[in-house]
Each structure stands twice: as structure tokens, then as C-alpha cells.
Design a protein around this ligand. Structure first.
Ligand code: G3H
Ligand code: 13P
Ligand code: ZN
Length: 346
């Protein structure tokens, strides 16, 4: 079976009232872990690659691995998505490679750092839709800027700046109407990476959970009940994964993630795609550190990549169950890009 347009996966998720995890990948082990988890939980799934991932894996390798995934598990609807595309040229490259969905992150300029103006964002996102839809490819856009400084995607904003860059619901309505996109990434105070909280209790110095503007999601859903929203920076950064890393020689103090309960609240209010990368990275790192410390004599990469793949698998299974996509793989007949071209052409 071929890769499915992401739009179909999101439309079906909206019908069923569930969310779908979009998991970032860089290598074979992550792809295999996701597919095994999707198979074991009967979940439709979105696999995504950042520009960094495409550079790391040299594009063609990821493409072939994704084709292998779809071939091994033909009963699992799986979309291949470009995460944080920064220019029309990057989108073209991904589409040529066979991606069934692309993100045009027009919230930031091509450098991935400087916030764009609203007008610039509308113009480039519209251009992305004009390129992708005639080919049956799904488009995700972003309005507002994520926080986050350590991964080069967020604009590296302070708390006050983050607040001023949250998605404005009235503007979101205008943005969706003007661009015709399929999925809207919203900025509600999440950020990429394992350090999602810049907040400290002034009295105790204790790190507090990130402040999330969930009411913005509620309001956007009220205004546009059919709009598929995307939550970026949605790793939960579970304490046990971080503890394992630290137990085996890591140094990751002060981490914080997004509580699953907040994501589930988002799903009740129109969030259909949930981006998770960091949790898989944490699981893999902890598993590898454990083998290195407990078995310093080992040097066969399979001795640590196998437990790493298993640890990531458990994260994916947990998220698929928590987001509600589990059990829905067989709900519908998978569409192709050709089918989707006709839908967009209507
Ligand atoms: O968008 C953020 C993802 O976690 C991808 O990160 O650019 O390090 O691959 P990356
Ligand atoms: P996390 O860093 O929270 O996993 O977010 C990933 C993401 O949003 C990818 O676009
Ligand atoms: Zn992101």
C-alpha cells in the first residue's frame, strides 16, 4: 500500500474525535519502532522528518525506509510529512521525494529564526497550498511562534515575547480562509525540546509547568469547528525517562514537558495532529546509556540499538493509546495522492 495523504488521516481523526501522533524520525530504528507500535495498537500514524533529519539521513534513505514501512504494514494508514519546511524550494524537494504532506512554517523567515509578518506568512502559506494541492499533497501552516531556544526552530523568544506571539483566534480564522491550508499549527506556549518551562516559583525556586494558553485552542475550535489544529512541542518529557538518563551518567536537570491531560483537552477541542520528537530521543538515549554503563565490554551496535528501539516503541504505544488513534487503523479505505487531487479539484 502506498503512503496516505495526511489530510485523510486528519479528516478521519476528526470524524472519530481522536488525535494522531506525528513522530519525528531520523533513522531506521525509529521508523521500525513507530510501525511496530502502530501495528500492535492498530493505529493510523504520521511520520515526519525535519530538514535536519533529511540532511542527516540524506533524503533518499528516509524515502526508501518509509516505502519499506508502508510495504511491511499495508493495513496501517501512514502519512509522510515534512516538518517545519522553511521555503517553497524545500517543499518541492520533499514532494518530489514522495512526501504526502508538507509543513510551510511561514511564521518564521527562511532562516527559521526571525518571525515573519502576518502578511508574509499568508503569502508564503498560500503559495505552498497552490503548489501542493494540485499534486494531492496536504499542507500544514503555522500562525504565531513557538517558544524554545535549543533546537533552532523556535524563535528563541523570552516569556513576554512568547505571550505576544501566541496564536490570535480571530487572525487564525482569517489565515485559514486566505490560505486554504489543511492543518493549522497553533502557538499556545509550547516549545520544542526537553526544557519547556522558563518558569520558576519565586519563593521555592521550583520549576513550574509551562503555562499553556489552552483557551486559545477552545476559541479557535468554537470559531472553526472543522479546522484541524496541530500542537507542536508536545513531548511529555516523562520523569522516568529523564531519571534513567541521569542515573546512567547523563546531565539533564530541570526538564519539563506537556502533560498528556492538556493534550487530551486539546484533542477534545479540534487538535488532530500532535508532534512528538523529544520523548523518543529521551527513551533511546536512556536505553543506550544503560547498556554502555552496565556492559562496557559490548561494542556491537545491535546490543544497544535493539534496546533503544524497544524503549522508543513503548513511548509510541503509550502515546497512540493516549491520543486515541489506537484501534482506528482499519476504519477506512486508504486514499492515494491521485484520489486526493480529485478532492482538491472539486
Ligand atoms: O521541530 C523540531 C523537531 O524536534 C525536529 O528537530 O531539527 O533537531 O530534527 P531537528
Ligand atoms: P517535542 O520537542 O516536544 O517533541 O516537539 C516536536 C515538534 O514539535 C516537532 O515539530
Ligand atoms: Zn515543531
Amino acid at each position: 500500500m502506498s503512503l496516505v495523504p495526511m489530510r485523510q488521516i486528519l479528516d478521519e481523526a476528526a470524524k472519530g474525535g481522536y488525535g494522531v501522533g506525528a513522530f519525528n524520525v531520523n533513522n531506521m530504528e525509529q521508523i521500525q519502532a513507530i510501525m511496530q507500535a502502530a501495528h500492535d495498537t492498530a493505529s493510523p500514524v504520521i511520520i515526519q522528518a525535519s530538514r535536519g533529519a533529511l540532511k542527516y539521513s540524506k533524503m533518499i534513505y528516509l524515502k526508501k525506509l518509509m516505502e519499506a514501512a508502508a510495504e511491511e504494514f499495508p493495513h496501517i494508514p501512514v502519512a509522510m510529512h515534512l516538518d517545519h519546511g522553511n521555503s517553497i524550494a524545500t517543499l518541492k524537494e520533499a514532494i518530489d521525494l514522495g512526501f504526502t504532506s508538507v509543513m510551510m512554517d511561514g511564521s518564521l523567515a527562511e532562516d527559521g529564526k526571525t518571525p515573519n509578518t502576518y502578511e508574509q506568512n499568508v503569502a508564503i502559506t498560500k503559495q505552498a497550498v497552490e503548489l501542493a494541492h494540485p499534486l494531492g499533497v496536504t499542507v500544514e501552516g503555522e500562525l504565531g511562534c513557538l517558544g524554545g531556544i535549543e533546537d533552532g526552530h523556535g524563535a528563541g523568544l523570552s516569556d513576554e515575547e512568547v505571550a505576544s506571539h501566541l496564536t490570535d483566534p480571530a487572525q487564525a480564522e482569517d489565515f485559514v480562509a486566505k490560505t486554504g491550508l489543511d492543518a493549522l499549527a497553533v502557538a499556545i506556549g509550547t516549545s520544542h525540546g526537553a526544557y519547556k518551562s522558563g518558569r520558576k516559583d519565586p519563593k521555592t525556586g521550583e520549576i513550574l509547568p509551562p503555562a499553556l494558553a489552552m483557551e486559545r485552542i477552545h476559541e479557535i475550535h468554537k470559531r472553526m469547528p472543522n479546522c484541524h489544529m496541530v500542537m507542536h512541542g508536545s513531548s511529555s518529557v516523562p520523569k522516568e525517562l529523564v531519571d534513567l538518563i541521569n542515573q546512567y551518567g547523563g546531565k539533564m536537570p530541570g526538564t519539563f514537558g506537556i502533560p498528556i491531560s492538556e493534550i487530551q483537552d486539546g484533542i477534545k477541542h479540534g487538535v488532530r495532529k500532535i508532534n512528538v520528537d523529544t520523548d523518543s530521543r529521551l527513551a533511546i538515549t536512556g536505553a543506550i546509556r544503560k547498556v554502555f554503563v552496565e556492559h562496557p565490554e559490548k561494542f556491537d551496535p545491535r546490543d544497544y540499538l535493539k534496546p533503544a528501539r524497544e524503549a522508543a516503541y513503548h513511548v509510541y504505544v503509550d502515546r497512540m493509546k493516549a491520543f486515541g488513534q489506537a484501534g482506528h487503523a482499519g476504519d477506512y479505505k486508504q486514499m492515494t495522492l491521485e484520489d486526493m487531487k480529485k478532492v482538491y479539484g472539486r
